[in-house]
Design a protein around this ligand. Structure first.
Ligand code: FAD
Length: 449
């Protein structure tokens, strides 16, 4: 009888090959570890997004050796903000750690590039394969201890309802990273939860053809109006793609007490009507119906670490509440997870995973606390009008605010943004999230009554 071949035990299995999963795989493979990424779709694949890369995201891509690969994408220099009748153009700031430019690139093109880079560095990618369940070894104090995951090859290589094509099989690993995005089915199977008292975003985007497709600024609209000129809850964006198209979207935050009653498709229609005519947005230039998704933000999902499991990216709620940016934080948290796993695999064991949790808290905790307090404040229409009205009169104030909101403050040269942020931090310390959430809820209850 032939001797049975033992099932290999990989160093790390990663669930999901988006920004968080692929960056984690790249950094692990680059350090020489045996890492497998399980991705339910085949690259290139469509992913609903605004397609905007800020200087933070560009820095991470450059560190992975991918900046040259962005050469054909649209490079832009800053943000144009519109609000209450004013508009301002702000360049990305000079910063010792980040470039002063960003790119727009579809996720269709971007995500495959990073996954391919991880494979070049030595990672194994299993495309068109879904993790259908975690293989739980034993319960843990935060998350269960896993021996790996159960995977299934998708019949048509991805898409809802496509699973069930292949036979289930076990993929064994010493450590597992959950990077399966905003809905994080696998995370929830392990017992993760999103804190409902913290903000959640919801956004919708569509593509339009536009003569201004190569505009040097991405554009953000802080107030959007309906056909009668009334302010509607939410914000809008127009991101030039440089390929004949613009990415147009609207977003809404759960901290806005009008959130529940909003139909996002109507919000999108209102924005398309309201947007400056020069963009040429209309049903005739639309390239198809918009699609949307959730934005778990402000470190609202946890636990993030167990004895041999880590969560990264949207699965851990790492989107920046200030600006809805999640790609850079996917890359960064994937990289932090890889570093922690490197220590764990080198002999430190589970202690290194607890360090990951602490590092995430140290890197983003205080900043996101301020961001959460800020978005709660501006979700009040009067406060929003006051802030935007004052800010939009001064390019200086808005440029400093941009540095805060894009997380581009300088530890080496404290200026107005850093001082302003410290003040915001002190105020947010006096107002714990729970109190703010209760206040918002009771304001909502009295407002609607
Ligand atoms: C409308 C909208 C606009 C946005 N605009 C921007 C923007 O302009 N800039 C920005 O920085 N951020 C933006 N974001 C946020 C950004 O898209 C996310 O933060 C980012 O994609 C998070 O990366 P991730 O790797 O954590 O998750 P994802 O990108 O969602 O990747 C998860 C991957 O896991 C795979 N997967 C899921 N489940 C399984 C499973 N069981 N088995 C195997 N594979 C699985 C998925 O197919 C996917 O490829 C936007 C979000 C939305 C909804």
């Amino acid at each position: 009888m032939p001797t049975p071949v033992p099932t290999p035990v990989h160093d790390v299995v990663i669930v999901g090959g988006g920004p968080a999963g692929s960056s984690c795989a790249y950094w692990l493979a680059d350090a020489g570890w045996d890492v497998v990424v399980v991705e339910k779709k085949h690259f290139p694949r469509v992913k609903t997004c605004g397609d905007g890369l800020t200087p933070r995201a560009v820095r991470q891509l450059a560190d992975m050796g991918l900046e040259d690969a962005l050469a054909g994408s649209h490079k832009y220099g800053g943000l144009r903000a519109y609000g209450f009748g004013q508009s301002l153009e702000m360049q990305w700031p000079e910063h010792p750690n980040f470039p002063n430019y960003g790119y727009t690139i579809t996720r269709h093109d971007l995500d495959g590039l990073v996954a391919e880079r991880a494979v070049k560095a030595g990672a194994t990618l299993l495309p068109g394969t879904e993790v259908v369940a975690p293989l739980i070894d034993e319960a843990g104090s935060t998350l269960p201890h896993l021996k790996g995951v159960t995977i299934r090859e998708n019949a048509a290589g991805g898409g809802r309802g496509a699973s069930g094509g292949g036979k289930d099989r076990e993929l064994l690993a010493r450590y597992v990273v959950v990077a399966d995005g905003a809905n994080s089915r696998v995370g929830r199977m392990l017992g993760t939860n999103r804190r409902r008292d913290l903000p959640l975003g919801m956004a919708l985007r569509g593509y339009y053809t536009s003569d201004r497709h190569d505009d040097p600024f991405i554009e953000s609209h802080l107030d959007i109006r309906d056909a009668e000129g009334n302010v509607v809850p939410g914000y809008g964006w127009i991101f030039p793609m440089g390929d004949g198209r613009v990415n147009v979207g609207v977003g809404l935050l759960s901290t806005d007490r009008r959130w529940k009653g909003v139909n996002t498709s109507h919000l999108m229609d209102a924005f398309v009507n309201w947007a400056p005519e020069s963009w040429g947005l209309s049903p005739a230039t639309s390239l198809g119906p918009p699609t949307g998704g959730k934005l778990p933000m402000g470190l609202s999902v946890g636990p993030r670490a167990g004895a041999n499991v880590l969560l990264a990216g949207d699965a851990a709620g790492t989107i920046n509440p200030f600006n809805g940016e999640g790609i850079a934080y996917g890359y960064e948290t994937g990289r932090l997870a890889a570093a922690a796993l490197g220590h764990a695999l080198s002999g430190e064991g589970p202690r290194a995973l607890a360090d990951y949790d602490r590092q995430i808290e140290a890197a983003y905790g205080p900043y996101y606390k301020v961001a959460r307090a800020f978005v709660r404040m501006i979700s009040n229409p009067q406060a929003m009008k006051l802030c935007v009205g004052v800010g939009m009169r001064s390019e200086f104030i808005m440029s400093e605010l941009l540095r805060i909101m894009a997380n581009l403050m300088r530890p080496d040269a404290p200026g107005p943004a850093e001082i302003g942020f410290r003040a915001m931090e002190l105020i947010s310390r006096l107002l714990p999230d729970e109190v703010a959430a209760l206040e918002a809820a009771s304001a909502g209850a009295s407002g609607s009554g």
